[in-house]
Structure formats: structure tokens, C-alpha cells
Design a protein around this ligand. Structure first.
Ligand code: HXC
Length: 537
């Protein structure tokens, strides 16, 4: 703390200074300087020792140079118990305001861990609530930089009520303006639920933690021993729980990523994402994708290779990259326009849908629909992942979320079936009659109720049972499966019924999608203007 720090009870000397600035101006400067000092040099040093930036440095890194307008710098904590009345609590432990990212307005708050551990009291909460209201009413994204010990214990239920004010606003803003949470320190107890209500959560390796109850409580309650990082670090939440969408290696890295994410998003639900000049030719052919027609149907591949081929300048901004990897979701531009990509990934679990991948895809689809972002679906799915654990875990309930999300979405929807599209998973992956606008298939597509082996085992049970030797049975099964394959495991049966609009050459995939996107640009659909909150799934 500097010598100029202001204790709550301290008054500011407004007497004129000889030869100096007017006394009233000096008063403002003194108050401002004290408030800007945060928790003072010692606590700032402790923050740095943990490899962490201060709240103001974070805002400086994230926003365009010189664009920050701070609000409520001089707010004061009204609580008096447990010695609070004698403590200096600059800004009540949070810096709030608005500024610009890539020239576009955002509302922002940054909790200041150097002030009472960034703990949330009522004044702190109401500062955040005020900036969220401004974001909502002025239709600008809200970005939260969280670094806090949670509810300020000294303020009792007032601090819990403070969280309730924030949660309510998170829900009010949901589907109206994009909300982003960046976890830059501890985020404990019920405090984790504000990030969980926002659209995207970032964490930073080595400094971010999120948990409802810490390791000590876990040990007392269940006997499990776990470190802070093992319980609630970035790996746990990016790879296992799915709470975290993006992991950064450092604070500068996280702010670069947040800026990039914002470049793909509209400001609010009434706008579209910004178009950018596109140096990548729309008619660029994608001959590499012909390898899909040569590939053994059982052979895995990472669907990222397909996405990189069709995206402008081969750029793909993946969301939830480490979670539920049998499905890949993220943003790219095609012909200069932002699209959201949802793609089965045969490189992981053969691309099958399971509980987590259903939740991951459904929430992303709902986000895209809320914010006017067209959906490009790439299908290569053998079905839903079988097993008792999946059934008892609720694959029926979770799998239904994808169906609901796609059927509900009114934004332009384009689907390309790359290879497998079997059973219920074929329907779920934005099939024609679920409401997709334009559906393509490559010649490598296999679209059927079941895979050939499984189908012939059921259809030709008696014929197979009549085989004299196991060898005869195997040969017959192979022949029947091949017959089935020739008949059903191709795109032509489906194209003949209109469930596929065109079977396209792989080299034309990029241009076909962009052509369809441009046609669908002014799509009008019933229910299109309804506000849909992005409920956590
Ligand atoms: C008041 C707090 C605080 C809190 C930290 N501080 N958390 N003050 N309320 N919740 C203060 C500390 O007293 C200390 O003040 C300063 O912040 C820095 O904290 P340290 O403990 O010295 O820092 P560190 O060692 O880095 O540990 C950080 C920490 C730890 C892991 C976050 O402070 C901690 O465990 N805090 C409590 C976390 C927690 O259980 N929160 C949940 C509260 S319940 P001095 O003056 O000594 O420097 C909750 C429910 C919300 O949040 C429900 C919402 C619906």
C-alpha cells in the first residue's frame, strides 16, 4: 500500500496547495491514485510471484490500447463487521468498465486478488451487475476476468446475495450478448457457477483452478486425496468435466485467444459476425479430400484435416479441443463469412456419439443458433457408442439434446456426409428431414440403418444358420454383407429419395458449401427471432 492509500474513515485534504493544482483537482487525484494502487506493493508482489498479472494489467493486455473507460473506481464497501470498516478496499476488489477489442465495444470486469483476495462482497457484486446491465442494454459482449477467493466471508449472506445478482444477469444476458469467462486464479465454491452460465470458459496452465469444494473438504467427505490442480486445474476441466473450453499456456496467450474468439462472434443476437476480406479463392478445389474415397472404411483419420481443407486460409479455431474428442466443434470462415463447424471425428472412438460428445455438440449448436452463425456439419459416424455405462449414464437423454438443438436451429444448415452415416446418428447429424437446408454426400458415403455386418446377421439369420461349416458361414456372411453394402452402403439410395440433395466430388466440397451459404444468407424461418438462452447442457 502506498502512503497515499485512503482508509475508509480517512477524509481527503482539499486545501489549496501553493503553486500546485486546484485543491479540488488534487482531491480527485489523491482518491484516484489510492484506488488505482489496488492492494499495495506487497500484495502486488505476491501476485507477481505467482506468475499472475494484476487486474489492470489484464485489462490493458486484452483491450485495444487506450480504449478502457473505467466505472465505479471510487465505490466503497458499505459493510462494517469483522474489521471491514477500518480496511482499505480499493474499488471493492474489482475493476469494471468498457473498452474495445479489435475496434468493437465490450464490457469487462476484472477481480483484483490483491484486494481481500478478490473476494466478492455486495458492492463488488453490484459493480459487476452494473457492467453486465450495460452490456445487455447496449448489446455488447461481457468478458469477466476472475481471480477470487469467493464469497467475502466477512459480509455473510450479503455476499451470497451478490452472487445471486450476478447469476440472474448471466441468465438474462444468455443468448442476447456473448459472455466469456477467463479464470485467472482460484474460482471456488458457488463462484464457479457464474462462469458455468456463460458461453465460453478459458483457463491458464499453472494459475487457474475451479472447484465447488476444495481438496481439504473432498478429503474430509470422501477420503480422496487430490491436489488443487488435479481437482480443478485446466486439464481436469478441459479434458474431463468439459467446464473449460480453452486452455492457454500463459496470460498473454489467453488474452490473444480471447481476442481471436471475439473476432468470430457478433456483438449480440441481432447482428451477424463480422465479414472479413477473404484472400482465399472461393473456387479453390480440395483434391486432397479424394483420399476419403480411397480410404478403407474402417480406417480412422482426424476430421481436422477435412476442416483445414475447406476453411478460408486453412484456419480453424477449435472449441473444447480436449473434451469429448469424438466430435469436433469450432469456428472458421468460408468465403469470408463465419461458420460454426460440427464434425464427427473418426480419429477418436471411431467418431461415435456418446454422452459427452452429445452435450458438447448440442450446446455449441445452440450457441450458433442464438448468435446467427450458420452451421456446417460434417458427418462420419458409425452410430451411438454402445455399453451399459452409456445407457445407464443417460445416452438417450443426452443424445436427444443434439436432435433438439439441430431441429430447433433456424440458422442456415449445410451437411456433408463424408463416409459413415448409420442409424439414429445419421438422423442426429443434421439430416435433411431434421431440418437441414442443403445436404451433400461424397461418393464415399455409406448411409443405412445399420452397418452391413450387423444388418445381414439379423436379416439373413436363417440362411446363415443353414451353412454346413463355420468356413461356409463366414464366406456366406461376407457375400451377404457385400450385397447389402452394394445396395445400401452408398449415397445413391438416399439421393434417389431426396434425403441427399447432391452427391458431390470431394474436390468441389469447399466451393459447394460456400455457394450454399451464400444462397442461404437471407434465410427466413419461423421462430427465427425468438430469443433462446444458451442453457448449460
Ligand atoms: C474474505 C478472503 C477470502 C474470502 C481469501 N481472502 N479468500 N477474504 N473472504 N472468501 C483473503 C485472505 O484472508 C487473505 O487476506 C487474502 O485474501 C489472500 O488470501 P490467501 O489465503 O493469503 O491467498 P492464497 O494463499 O493464494 O490462497 C488463496 C485461496 C484461499 C486458495 C483462494 O484464500 C482460500 O482458500 N480462500 C477461501 C476459498 C473458499 O473456500 N471460498 C469459498 C467461500 S464460500 P490477508 O489480509 O490475510 O492478506 C463461497 C460460496 C459462494 O464462495 C456461493 C455463491 C452462490
Amino acid at each position: 500500500m502506498t502512503e497515499r492509500s485512503v482508509k475508509k474513515s480517512q477524509t481527503v485534504d482539499v486545501a489549496p496547495e501553493e503553486g500546485g493544482k486546484p485543491a479540488k483537482l488534487n482531491g480527485l487525484l489523491a482518491l484516484t491514485e489510492a484506488a488505482m494502487a489496488g492492494g499495495g506493493p506487497e500484495r502486488i508482489k505476491a501476485q507477481k510471484d505467482k506468475n499472475k498479472f494484476t487486474a489492470r494489467e489484464r485489462i490493458h493486455y486484452l483491450l485495444d490500447e487506450g480504449s478502457f473507460q473505467e466505472l465505479d473506481l471510487l465505490i466503497k464497501c458499505q459493510a462494517k463487521d469483522f474489521g471491514l470498516k477500518d480496511k482499505s478496499i480499493p474499488g471493492d476488489g474489482v475493476v469494471t468498465g468498457f473498452g474495445r477489442v479489435n475496434g468493437r465495444e465490450v464490457c469487462i470486469y476484472a477481480q483484483d486478488f490483491t484486494v481481500l483476495g478478490g473476494s466478492l462482497g455486495l458492492a463488488h457484486a453490484m459493480k459487476i451487475a452494473k457492467i453486465m446491465d450495460l452490456g445487455h442494454d447496449n448489446r455488447t459482449p461481457v468478458v469477466g476476468l476472475l481471480d477470487s477467493g469467493g464469497a467475502r466471508i466477512e459480509e455473510g449472506v450479503d455476499s451470497l446475495d451478490g452472487y445471486a445478482h450476478i447469476f440472474r444477469r448471466n441468465v438474462r444476458c444468455s443468448g442476447v450478448v456473448p459472455q466469456i469467462s477467463v479464470i485467472l486464479g482460484p474460482c471456488a465454491g458457488g463462484a464457479v457457477y457464474s462462469p458455468a452460465l456463460t458461453d465460453f470458459v478459458f483457463m491458464v496452465q499453472g494459475i487457474s483452478q475451479m472447484f465447488v469444494t476444495g481438496p481439504a473438504v473432498v478429503k474430509a467427505a470422501t477420503g480422496e486425496e487430490v491436489s488443487f490442480d488435479g481437482l480443478g486445474g485446466p486439464q481436469a476441466h478441459a479434458g474431463k468435466s468439459g467446464v473449460c473450453h480453452f486452455v492457454a499456456q500463459s496470460e498473454p496467450d489467453v488474452f490473444r485467444q480471447v481476442r481471436e474468439l471475439l473476432s468470430y462472434l457478433p456483438q449480440n443476437r441481432w447482428e451477424r459476425p463480422p465479414r472479413v476480406a477473404n484472400p482465399d479463392p472461393v473456387r479453390r478445389s480440395t483434391p486432397l479430400l479424394e483420399m476419403l474415397c480411397e480410404l478403407d472404411p474402417k480406417r480412422p483419420y482426424r476430421v481436422h484435416h477435412v476442416i483445414w481443407q475447406i476453411a478460408d486460409e486453412h484456419k480453424f479455431f477449435e472449441v473444447h479441443a480436449s473434451f469429448a474428442r469424438s466430435i469436433v466443434v469450432g469456428f472458421c470462415r468460408m468465403g469470408g463469412d463465419v461458420v460454426g463447424v460440427v464434425a464427427n471425428n473418426p480419429g477418436h472412438m471411431a467418431g461415435a456419439l456418446n454422452i459427452d460428445s452429445s452435450d458438447k455438440a448440442a450446446r455449441f449448436i445452440r450457441f450458433l443458433n442464438a448468435f446467427n452463425i450458420p452451421i456446417v456439419t460434417l458427418t462420419d459416424v458409425p452410430g451411438y457408442w454402445p455399453g451399459v455405462q452409456q445407457e445407464h449414464g443417460g445416452i438417450i437423454r443426452h443424445g436427444a439434446k443434439i436432435l433438439h438443438a439441430y431441429a430447433e436451429a433456424t440458422v442456415p444448415k449445410i451437411t456433408v456426409i463424408l463416409r459413415k452415416a448409420y442409424g439414429g446418428a445419421y438422423i442426429a447429424m443434421s439430416s435433411k428431414h431434421l431440418g437441414s437446408d442443403v445436404n451433400f454426400a461424397l461418393p464415399s458415403a455409406e448411409i443405412a440403418v445399420m452397418g452391413p455386418a450387423g444388418a445381414t446377421e439379423i436379416l439373413c439369420k436363417r440362411e446363415l444358420a443353414a451353412a454346413k461349416t463355420p468356413e461356409d458361414r463366414a464366406a456366406l456372411a461376407a457375400k451377404l454383407a457385400q450385397d447389402y453394402s452394394n445396395r445400401f452402403a452408398n449415397p445413391y439410395q438416399t439421393a434417389s429419395t431426396g434425403s441427399i440433395d447432391e452427391v458431390i466430388e470431394p474436390s468441389q466440397m469447399r466451393m459447394k458449401i460456400i455457394r450454399a451459404l451464400r444462397f442461404l444468407k437471407d434465410k427466413r424461418a419461423p421462430g427465427q427471432h425468438v430469443n433462446r438462452g444458451n442453457i448449460p447442457l
